[in-house]
Design a protein around this ligand. Structure first.
Ligand code: SF4
Length: 247
Protein backbone atom coordinates (compact mmCIF):
# COMPACT_ATOMS: atom_id res chain seq x y z
CA UNK A 1 0.00 0.00 0.00
CA UNK A 2 1.31 3.50 -0.84
CA UNK A 3 2.85 5.44 2.02
CA UNK A 4 0.93 8.35 3.61
CA UNK A 5 1.87 11.66 1.98
CA UNK A 6 -0.87 14.02 3.15
CA UNK A 7 -2.35 14.92 6.56
CA UNK A 8 -5.59 13.19 5.58
CA UNK A 9 -3.71 10.00 4.74
CA UNK A 10 -1.97 10.12 8.13
CA UNK A 11 -5.36 10.36 9.84
CA UNK A 12 -6.72 7.41 7.85
CA UNK A 13 -3.65 5.18 8.30
CA UNK A 14 -3.30 5.88 12.00
CA UNK A 15 -6.97 5.11 12.59
CA UNK A 16 -6.59 1.75 10.86
CA UNK A 17 -3.69 0.49 13.00
CA UNK A 18 -5.05 -2.32 15.13
CA UNK A 19 -2.06 -2.83 17.44
CA UNK A 20 1.24 -1.19 18.27
CA UNK A 21 3.30 -3.34 15.90
CA UNK A 22 0.98 -2.35 13.09
CA UNK A 23 1.20 1.32 14.10
CA UNK A 24 5.01 1.20 14.33
CA UNK A 25 5.21 -0.20 10.82
CA UNK A 26 2.82 2.41 9.46
CA UNK A 27 4.50 5.40 11.06
CA UNK A 28 7.93 4.25 9.88
CA UNK A 29 6.69 4.61 6.35
CA UNK A 30 5.28 8.14 6.55
CA UNK A 31 6.18 10.89 4.08
CA UNK A 32 3.58 13.52 4.97
CA UNK A 33 5.86 16.46 5.92
CA UNK A 34 8.01 17.49 2.93
CA UNK A 35 10.46 19.61 4.97
CA UNK A 36 11.05 16.85 7.53
CA UNK A 37 11.34 14.13 4.92
CA UNK A 38 14.01 16.19 3.13
CA UNK A 39 15.86 16.86 6.41
CA UNK A 40 15.83 13.31 7.76
CA UNK A 41 17.13 12.04 4.42
CA UNK A 42 19.77 14.72 4.08
CA UNK A 43 21.09 14.00 7.58
CA UNK A 44 21.13 10.29 6.73
CA UNK A 45 23.13 11.02 3.59
CA UNK A 46 25.65 13.50 4.95
CA UNK A 47 26.05 11.86 8.42
CA UNK A 48 28.20 13.00 11.31
CA UNK A 49 31.89 12.19 10.94
CA UNK A 50 31.86 9.85 13.95
CA UNK A 51 29.16 7.72 12.31
CA UNK A 52 30.30 7.92 8.71
CA UNK A 53 30.55 4.12 8.38
CA UNK A 54 27.03 3.53 9.63
CA UNK A 55 23.84 3.34 7.68
CA UNK A 56 21.38 5.86 9.08
CA UNK A 57 17.73 4.95 9.59
CA UNK A 58 16.63 8.27 8.05
CA UNK A 59 12.89 7.65 8.55
CA UNK A 60 10.19 8.37 11.14
CA UNK A 61 11.00 6.85 14.54
CA UNK A 62 8.16 4.85 16.12
CA UNK A 63 7.46 4.47 19.84
CA UNK A 64 9.38 1.94 21.88
CA UNK A 65 8.61 -0.12 24.95
CA UNK A 66 5.95 -2.20 26.64
CA UNK A 67 2.64 -2.70 24.83
CA UNK A 68 0.91 -2.74 28.23
CA UNK A 69 2.71 0.32 29.59
CA UNK A 70 1.31 2.11 32.62
CA UNK A 71 3.79 4.96 32.18
CA UNK A 72 4.44 6.83 28.94
CA UNK A 73 7.33 9.21 28.35
CA UNK A 74 6.50 11.82 25.76
CA UNK A 75 9.36 13.63 24.03
CA UNK A 76 9.56 16.27 21.35
CA UNK A 77 11.06 14.55 18.28
CA UNK A 78 13.94 12.21 17.37
CA UNK A 79 17.47 13.59 17.32
CA UNK A 80 19.15 13.91 13.93
CA UNK A 81 22.11 11.67 14.85
CA UNK A 82 20.34 9.69 17.60
CA UNK A 83 16.93 8.22 16.75
CA UNK A 84 17.24 9.26 13.12
CA UNK A 85 20.47 7.27 12.94
CA UNK A 86 19.60 4.19 14.99
CA UNK A 87 15.85 3.93 14.32
CA UNK A 88 14.95 3.85 18.02
CA UNK A 89 13.79 6.81 20.03
CA UNK A 90 16.40 8.39 22.38
CA UNK A 91 18.93 5.82 21.20
CA UNK A 92 22.54 6.62 20.38
CA UNK A 93 22.79 10.14 21.81
CA UNK A 94 23.57 11.92 25.07
CA UNK A 95 19.91 12.60 25.87
CA UNK A 96 19.22 8.89 25.74
CA UNK A 97 22.23 8.14 27.92
CA UNK A 98 20.72 10.28 30.68
CA UNK A 99 17.17 9.04 30.20
CA UNK A 100 17.90 5.31 30.12
CA UNK A 101 20.31 5.48 33.03
CA UNK A 102 17.45 6.99 35.04
CA UNK A 103 14.95 4.38 33.83
CA UNK A 104 17.39 1.65 34.80
CA UNK A 105 17.81 3.11 38.29
CA UNK A 106 14.01 3.22 38.55
CA UNK A 107 13.75 -0.46 37.57
CA UNK A 108 11.92 0.42 34.36
CA UNK A 109 14.70 -0.64 31.96
CA UNK A 110 16.76 -3.85 31.92
CA UNK A 111 20.01 -2.01 31.13
CA UNK A 112 21.33 1.53 31.65
CA UNK A 113 22.32 2.25 28.06
CA UNK A 114 20.59 2.49 24.72
CA UNK A 115 23.04 2.47 21.85
CA UNK A 116 21.46 0.54 18.96
CA UNK A 117 18.11 -0.95 18.03
CA UNK A 118 19.46 -4.49 18.55
CA UNK A 119 21.23 -3.92 21.89
CA UNK A 120 18.80 -5.98 23.95
CA UNK A 121 17.14 -3.09 25.77
CA UNK A 122 13.65 -3.74 27.10
CA UNK A 123 11.37 -1.57 29.19
CA UNK A 124 9.02 -2.60 31.97
CA UNK A 125 5.62 -0.89 32.30
CA UNK A 126 6.95 1.97 30.17
CA UNK A 127 6.67 3.19 26.61
CA UNK A 128 8.52 6.12 25.05
CA UNK A 129 7.36 8.12 22.08
CA UNK A 130 7.62 11.58 20.57
CA UNK A 131 5.05 14.17 19.63
CA UNK A 132 6.68 14.48 16.19
CA UNK A 133 8.15 11.32 14.69
CA UNK A 134 10.77 12.79 12.32
CA UNK A 135 13.92 14.66 13.28
CA UNK A 136 13.33 18.38 12.65
CA UNK A 137 16.00 20.97 11.79
CA UNK A 138 17.15 22.70 15.02
CA UNK A 139 14.79 20.40 16.95
CA UNK A 140 11.96 22.75 15.98
CA UNK A 141 8.96 21.29 14.17
CA UNK A 142 6.51 23.83 12.75
CA UNK A 143 2.95 23.93 14.12
CA UNK A 144 1.75 22.38 10.85
CA UNK A 145 4.21 19.49 11.21
CA UNK A 146 3.16 18.98 14.83
CA UNK A 147 -0.49 18.84 13.83
CA UNK A 148 0.15 16.58 10.83
CA UNK A 149 1.99 14.08 13.04
CA UNK A 150 -0.48 14.18 15.93
CA UNK A 151 -2.70 11.31 14.69
CA UNK A 152 0.21 8.86 15.15
CA UNK A 153 0.58 9.93 18.78
CA UNK A 154 -3.16 9.88 19.37
CA UNK A 155 -3.52 6.39 17.97
CA UNK A 156 -0.61 5.16 20.05
CA UNK A 157 -2.21 6.50 23.22
CA UNK A 158 -5.56 5.01 22.19
CA UNK A 159 -3.93 1.58 21.84
CA UNK A 160 -2.26 1.96 25.26
CA UNK A 161 -5.37 3.37 26.90
CA UNK A 162 -6.41 0.19 28.77
CA UNK A 163 -3.23 0.28 30.90
CA UNK A 164 -1.86 3.84 30.64
CA UNK A 165 -1.99 5.76 33.95
CA UNK A 166 0.75 8.40 33.81
CA UNK A 167 2.41 10.48 31.11
CA UNK A 168 5.74 12.16 31.75
CA UNK A 169 6.10 15.12 29.39
CA UNK A 170 9.72 15.97 28.66
CA UNK A 171 9.65 19.71 28.08
CA UNK A 172 7.03 22.31 27.22
CA UNK A 173 6.47 21.11 23.65
CA UNK A 174 5.49 17.62 24.83
CA UNK A 175 3.38 19.08 27.65
CA UNK A 176 1.43 21.16 25.12
CA UNK A 177 1.07 18.17 22.78
CA UNK A 178 -0.83 16.27 25.48
CA UNK A 179 -3.96 18.46 25.57
CA UNK A 180 -5.25 17.51 22.10
CA UNK A 181 -4.87 13.85 23.15
CA UNK A 182 -7.40 14.42 25.93
CA UNK A 183 -9.92 15.62 23.39
CA UNK A 184 -9.24 13.13 20.59
CA UNK A 185 -8.55 9.96 22.58
CA UNK A 186 -10.46 10.45 25.83
CA UNK A 187 -13.28 12.69 24.57
CA UNK A 188 -12.58 15.25 27.28
CA UNK A 189 -12.27 18.98 27.03
CA UNK A 190 -8.75 20.09 27.99
CA UNK A 191 -8.61 22.37 31.05
CA UNK A 192 -8.74 26.13 30.46
CA UNK A 193 -6.54 27.90 30.97
CA UNK A 194 -4.03 25.15 30.20
CA UNK A 195 -1.90 24.30 33.23
CA UNK A 196 1.59 25.75 32.79
CA UNK A 197 4.54 23.47 32.13
CA UNK A 198 7.25 23.29 34.76
CA UNK A 199 9.59 20.69 36.14
CA UNK A 200 7.53 18.78 38.72
CA UNK A 201 4.22 20.16 37.43
CA UNK A 202 1.38 17.67 37.95
CA UNK A 203 -2.06 17.71 36.39
CA UNK A 204 -4.76 15.12 37.07
CA UNK A 205 -8.17 14.79 35.49
CA UNK A 206 -10.92 12.22 35.83
CA UNK A 207 -10.49 8.85 34.11
CA UNK A 208 -7.46 10.08 32.15
CA UNK A 209 -3.73 9.57 32.75
CA UNK A 210 -2.02 11.97 35.14
CA UNK A 211 0.43 14.34 33.48
CA UNK A 212 3.83 15.05 35.02
CA UNK A 213 6.19 17.73 33.75
CA UNK A 214 9.94 17.10 33.55
CA UNK A 215 12.65 19.22 32.00
CA UNK A 216 13.79 17.71 28.73
CA UNK A 217 16.84 15.44 28.93
CA UNK A 218 18.64 17.60 26.35
CA UNK A 219 22.34 18.29 26.77
CA UNK A 220 21.44 21.93 27.26
CA UNK A 221 19.65 20.95 30.47
CA UNK A 222 21.79 18.07 31.71
CA UNK A 223 25.22 19.61 31.04
CA UNK A 224 24.26 22.81 32.80
CA UNK A 225 22.81 21.04 35.83
CA UNK A 226 19.33 22.41 35.22
CA UNK A 227 18.22 18.78 35.16
CA UNK A 228 20.14 16.42 37.45
CA UNK A 229 19.96 12.62 37.85
CA UNK A 230 18.35 13.14 41.26
CA UNK A 231 15.60 15.28 39.71
CA UNK A 232 14.91 12.54 37.15
CA UNK A 233 14.85 9.92 39.89
CA UNK A 234 12.22 11.95 41.74
CA UNK A 235 10.05 12.23 38.62
CA UNK A 236 10.16 8.50 37.88
CA UNK A 237 9.55 7.57 41.52
CA UNK A 238 6.49 9.78 41.41
CA UNK A 239 5.35 8.36 38.07
CA UNK A 240 5.63 4.81 39.44
CA UNK A 241 3.65 5.72 42.54
CA UNK A 242 0.88 7.35 40.53
CA UNK A 243 0.80 4.47 38.04
CA UNK A 244 0.84 1.77 40.70
CA UNK A 245 4.08 0.27 39.40
CA UNK A 246 5.99 -1.79 41.97
CA UNK A 247 9.69 -1.37 42.71
S1 SF4 B 1 6.72 14.14 11.22
FE1 SF4 B 1 5.11 12.63 11.46
S2 SF4 B 1 3.54 13.13 9.92
FE2 SF4 B 1 5.45 14.22 9.36
S3 SF4 B 1 6.49 12.82 7.91
FE3 SF4 B 1 7.29 12.37 9.95
S4 SF4 B 1 5.98 10.71 10.73
FE4 SF4 B 1 4.93 11.64 9.00
Amino acid sequence: MAEPRTPAEVVARAARATDLADLDAEVSNCFACPRLVAWREEVARTKRAAFRDQEYWGRPVPGFGAPDARIAILGLAPAAHGGNRTGRIFTGDRSGDVLFAALYRAGLANQPTSVAADDGLTLRDTRIFAAVRCAPPDNKPTPTERDTCAPWLHREVALLRPTLRVVVALGAFAWAAWWPVLRDVYGQRPPTPRPAFGHGAHWSGTSVPALLGCYHVSQQNTFTGRLTPAMLDDVFARAKRLAGVDD
